[in-house]
Every structure is written in structure tokens, then in C-alpha cells.
Write a protein that binds this ligand. Structure first.
Ligand SMILES: O=P(O)(O)OC[C@@H](O)[C@@H](O)c1c[nH]c2ccccc12
Length: 274
């Protein structure tokens, strides 16, 4: 069994248990459930957007502990001050050391920045839960779902006002799973089965994704030069976790990356803001 299969098996048990603890009806009564979600699509397409989706990730199956010292509210607020366009918060506990409470805290600290619930969604209950904890958009991973599930779950998300990021990592997944019902398409440079990270995956797949979707390159991004090269082939979003989280001050690491990016490729808007 590969890691992805283990994660999904564990997730099934977790979701079935969670449903007995908090019913869907109870989730629908939470105050956040009535909040109007923010659009990640708009935030990433806004002129002058940094395009960075900055992730809060304590640990991962490939790297072990990345950072268990920093607090979610401080870190995510720091990311936003530094210029993140969106935030990503891992809520998977067994493999990534996250929890729903992290997203609740990130939401409180950042009322105006779109936040993605980063988890392995295999049941519509988790989409209702995403809304109830204050997420604005959700991740659907092609490798974990059938094309039909992607369509159905996107519909559930849209009915709740949430946007959908579909994650693929090769041509086959893109061809079989891409549907008009998703809003953003993420190319994961990391193969979730082998953990090998290769940025050329994003380059290869970029022309195969229609421009109507916001294109996001995910994982393994470290250098301003790589971001610039990916912008040139059509990417508008960059999902980055470890490069920031492995430092003692993740927000400062983002600030450095944006400074480097501005030096390479100054965004005119930045210079006109007084
Ligand atoms: O830490 P990195 O290499 O910058 O990667 C961030 C993000 O892309 C990665 O955490 C991720 C992408 N898709 C996922 C699916 C589940 C869990 C995690 C992920």
C-alpha cells in the first residue's frame, strides 16, 4: 500500500467517526456557515497579486516535522502582512499534524484573505465541515477521487459558495478529471505516491490546462527564478509550504522571496502604491 492509499484508508475511518461526533446538521448551525466565502480565483487574478498561496504545515509524511514551534494565527497573519494572496491550512492530523482548529484560528486572524482547507476530501461531509470552520475554497485531489466524484463534490462546494481547486499531477489525471465545474487547477510537482518533486511537471502540463482556469503550481517551490519561469508559462498561483515553514520565521521567508521576485520582475503596482 502506498502512502496515499494509507492516508485515504485512515481518512475513511476518521470521517465515519467524526460524523458520529458532530452531525452535518450541527455543522450547518455553526456561525461561520452563514459567512459569505471569499474568491481565491479573484484574489489570484487581481492585478498586482503576488500569486502566493502560503501554507501552514507542521509536518508531512515525506519530511517529518517541519516546524512545530510557530503558532497558526501569528504565522498566517504574518504571511498576509508580507503579501500572500491566499492561505492554505492543512487540517489532516495523522499525517500532517494539522486540525480543524488551525483553520478556525487562521480565519479569525485573517478575515479578508481566502483560505483553502487542505485535506483529503473523500466525503461531502468534509465539504460542509470546511464551510463550517471558515474555509473559502477546498482541494479535490484527482488521485483520490473518480471523475464523477469530482463533479459531484464541486457541485456540493459551489452550492455552499466555496470554490474548488482540482489537483492533478500528470496528463492522464488531467484528461480524465478536469471538468468545467472546478475553478482552479493545481499541478502538484510532488508525486503523492513516490514523493519525488519535479518542477518540470508544471511546465509540461501548463499548455494542457485551458486559460479559463486559474493555474496553480504546487510543491517544491523555493526560488524566485522558478516562480518567474512558471509565470511565463501561464501560472498565476504558487502553493508554497516547506520553504517558509522550515524557517523560524515563515512570514519573513515569504517576505524575502517576494523581495527577490520584485527585483527580478518589478510589479509596477507596487511602486505606485503610496
Ligand atoms: O511544502 P511544499 O513542497 O511547498 O508543498 C506545499 C503543498 O503543495 C503541499 O503541501 C501539498 C500539495 N498537495 C497536497 C495534498 C495534500 C497534502 C499536502 C499537499
Amino acid at each position: 500500500m502506498d502512502v496515499l492509499e494509507r492516508i485515504i484508508e485512515r481518512k475513511r475511518t476518521e470521517v465515519d467517526y467524526q460524523k458520529t461526533v458532530v452531525s452535518q446538521r450541527e455543522l450547518e448551525q455553526r456561525p461561520q456557515f452563514n459567512r459569505q466565502p471569499l474568491s481565491a480565483h479573484d484574489a489570484l487574478r487581481r492585478p498586482g497579486s503576488s500569486g502566493i498561496i502560503a501554507e501552514f504545515k507542521r509536518k508531512s509524511p515525506s519530511k517529518g516535522i517541519i516546524n512545530d514551534q510557530v503558532l497558526v494565527a501569528d504565522t498566517t497573519a504574518g504571511y498576509v502582512r508580507a503579501g500572500a494572496a491566499c492561505l492554505s491550512v492543512l487540517t489532516d492530523e495523522p499525517f500532517f499534524g494539522g486540525r480543524s482548529e488551525d483553520l478556525i484560528q487562521a480565519r479569525q486572524a485573517n478575515p479578508s484573505t481566502p483560505i483553502i482547507r487542505k485535506d483529503f476530501i473523500i466525503d461531502p461531509y468534509q465539504i460542509v465541515e470546511a464551510k463550517a470552520i471558515g474555509a473559502d475554497f477546498i482541494l479535490l485531489i484527482a488521485a483520490c477521487l473518480t471523475p464523477k466524484q469530482v463533479q459531484n463534490y464541486s457541485q456540493v462546494a459551489h452550492d455552499l459558495g466555496l470554490e474548488v481547486l482540482l489537483e492533478v499531477h500528470d496528463e492522464e489525471e488531467l484528461a480524465s478529471h478536469l471538468t468545467e465545474t472546478v475553478d482552479l487547477v493545481g499541478v502538484n510537482n510532488r508525486n503523492l505516491k513516490t514523493f519525488v518533486t519535479d518542477l518540470s511537471t508544471s511546465v509540461r502540463l501548463s499548455t494542457l490546462i485551458p486559460d479559463s482556469f486559474v493555474k496553480i503550481s504546487e510543491s517544491g517551490l523555493q526560488q524566485a527564478e522558478s516562480i518567474l519561469a512558471l509565470q511565463q508559462v501561464g501560472y498565476q498561483g504558487f502553493l508554497i509550504g516547506e520553504t517558509f515553514m522550515k524557517t523560524a520565521d515563515p512570514a519573513q521567508a515569504l517576505q524575502h522571496l517576494l523581495d527577490e521576485l520584485n527585483q527580478l520582475h518589478p510589479l509596477p503596482q507596487k511602486h505606485y502604491i503610496v
